[in-house]
Design a protein around this ligand. Structure first.
Ligand code: AMP
Ligand code: MG
Length: 521
């Protein structure tokens, strides 16, 4: 087969007239034409068979030289004109001006089953938006993005996907902890796939520059292709659009909270307009349940993007998007009421999500207290989130409370150091939980079945990705495939994979890449 790509984005939206690949401010344009950089010795490490099926790519093609060449940036598909998008963004709470695809190059759109998917190479070389950086990506961060995108998809969390992971054969210089110890690492390219890679920052940049014409063109394009059910462009349509983006963003963040995912860099340039998890950088998974945790060392001081703050930041980012859309709406009231609805909807959805994690079908007022008490208890001593919720499904309504504590103990990182006060708190909570469960009509078995569809057994723990990275740096890619296969069925019992249903090992507690990640990638 040959790859057939369309390009509605470049066909319908204004291009940068300058065709030079030089770093600059780009005005009155949504993108700049730029091709990927040639790589010296590309090698495919992994292809997501699940996604190739979705995209209708046959095996013969994914194993061909043409596939390797296209997805390592060495060959441009005939008749296509790759491009980098122009966007801005608020980074860590401050307007950062023009950012843009500094190392992502969009190849075009593939159509499959009436859905259109943009193919984008990350790490494929410089663009006009590369600013002071090299346009490249290293193997470690590419493995993290590749595995996590696919894992999130299978967890049911809205996300961009990853089609392929390739080595470039080139070396890339990085100072991982920004401490003056730069070293060469293997370069890599991930092909990311999504219906659109548009971010809040794509709209913000035009408003910041008072370029209402391009803003309007981009917004109309977005509605036409991605929110067609909203109808023809009008003020009312723009308001409904903002409401949908609010709902999509909120729903994505509730999913993050459910599975214990911490994005790490929720800047507005990393917020997808489709409510997809995008830009897997210094993200991490909760091990011990802790609202204050962030994996991002760059954010260590203020912890703006900590687990417990993700819902607030989602709202803060939506305020920036509201400001960006304002010139086309010119009324604050409808935007404000949508932003206010985020807060009330969050309370409702968050409560529902926690009820589902606890296996509660009835909606009782007293559940709020039960859930609050649980969140407090979980933070009294380091308690593994994934193991706790998974094991909780084994609780039997008639069980005596001492026994039930035993099941939960597996989630304590230091079971021998649990104080009497903590133990008593847990015993009390278990008693309340038991009383609450007895109000439910469902059998224990049915409850367990439901809980196991929302509480994953397997997530991409930070140390697991690091083990795959360490092996890959030595040229061994088996673990990448093992984790890819494991995380395709995160809610299933997989007896042969029980070793991955385990607490983070002690060696990983303070290891770079496991609990500490920088933005260097
Ligand atoms: P991030 O923090 O990864 O979301 O990136 C913020 C901005 O920096 C985006 O515009 C990226 O495209 C750009 N960027 C990050 N890393 C690089 C790189 N190695 N080369 C060029 N641009 C980069
Ligand atoms: Mg980004």
């Amino acid at each position: 087969m040959t790859l057939k790509l369309k390009n509605t984005f470049t066909d319908e939206l204004p291009a940068d007239k300058n065709l030079e690949n030089s770093r600059r401010q780009v005005f009155n344009a949504c993108y700049s034409y730029v091709g990927p950089q040639k790589t010296s010795n590309p090698e495919l490490i992994h292809v997501s068979s699940d996604l190739t099926n979705t995209l209708g790519l046959d095996e013969g093609y994914t194993k061909s030289k043409a596939f390797l060449n296209v997805f390592s940036g060495n060959m441009v598909v005939e008749g296509t004109t790759p491009y980098a998008m122009c966007y801005g963004g608020h980074q860590f709470g401050h307007w950062a001006g023009q950012l843009g695809d500094g190392r992502a190059i969009n190849l075009g759109e593939i159509e499959s089953n009436n859905t259109s998917w943009v193919l984008q190479l990350k790490g494929a070389g410089e663009t006009p938006y590369s600013r002071s950086a090299d346009g490249l990506a290293v193997l470690r961060s590419s493995i993290r993005e590749y595995l996590c995108s696919e894992a999130m998809y299978h967890l049911g969390v809205p996300t961009t996907r990853a089609l392929s992971l390739a080595l470039t054969g080139d070396q890339v210089l990085r100072d991982v902890m920004y401490d003056g110890n730069a070293a060469y690492e293997k370069g890599a390219i991930v092909c990311r796939v999504a219906p659109s890679f548009l971010r809040f920052g794509n709209y913000e940049i035009f408003t910041a520059r008072q370029d209402v014409e391009t803003l309007k063109a981009l917004l109309n394009f977005t509605i036409k292709h991605h929110f067609p059910h909203l109808g023809q462009p009008s003020k009312e349509t723009y308001i409904s659009f903002f409401n949908e983006v609010m709902q999509l963003t909120l729903s994505m963040i509730i999913h993050w909270q459910r599975v214990g995912f911490v994005h790490g860099v929720m800047n507005t340039d990393n917020m997808s307009i489709l409510g997809l998890t995008i830009d897997y950088g210094p993200y991490g998974w909760l091990e011990g349940f802790d609202y204050g945790w962030t994996p991002n060392t760059t954010d260590r001081q203020h912890k703006r993007y900590r687990y417990g703050n993700q819902p607030n930041i989602g709202l803060w980012n939506l305020y920036q998007l509201a400001n960006a859309l304002y010139p086309l709406i010119e009324e604050t009231e409808p935007l404000e009421s949508i932003l206010n609805a985020y807060k009330t909807d969050f309370e409702i959805k968050s409560l529902d999500m926690m009820r589902s994690k606890l296996g509660l079908e009835l909606q009782l007022k007293s559940d709020e207290k039960l859930i609050e008490d649980l969140e407090d208890a979980l933070q009294l001593s380091e308690t593994d989130m994934t193991i706790f919720f998974r094991n909780l499904a084994n609780f039997r309504k008639e069980e005596d409370t001492d026994n039930s504590l035993k099941a939960i103990e597996e989630a304590f990182y230091k079971p021998n150091e649990i104080s009497d006060v903590v133990r008593q708190t847990w015993t009390n909570w278990m008693k309340s939980y038991k009383i609450r469960l007895q109000k439910e009509n469902r059998s224990d078995d049915d409850r367990k079945k439901q809980m196991n569809t929302v509480n994953p057994k397997y997530v991409l723990r930070n140390y697991m990705a690091q083990l795959a990275i360490d092996d890959a740096n030595k040229g061994d890619y088996h673990l990448i495939d093992e984790l890819y296969q494991l995380l395709k069925k995160p809610y299933d019992e997989q007896p042969q994979n029980e070793k991955w249903f385990a607490k983070r090992p002690e060696w990983a507690r303070h290891k770079v890449g496991c609990s500490m990640l920088s933005c260097s990638s």
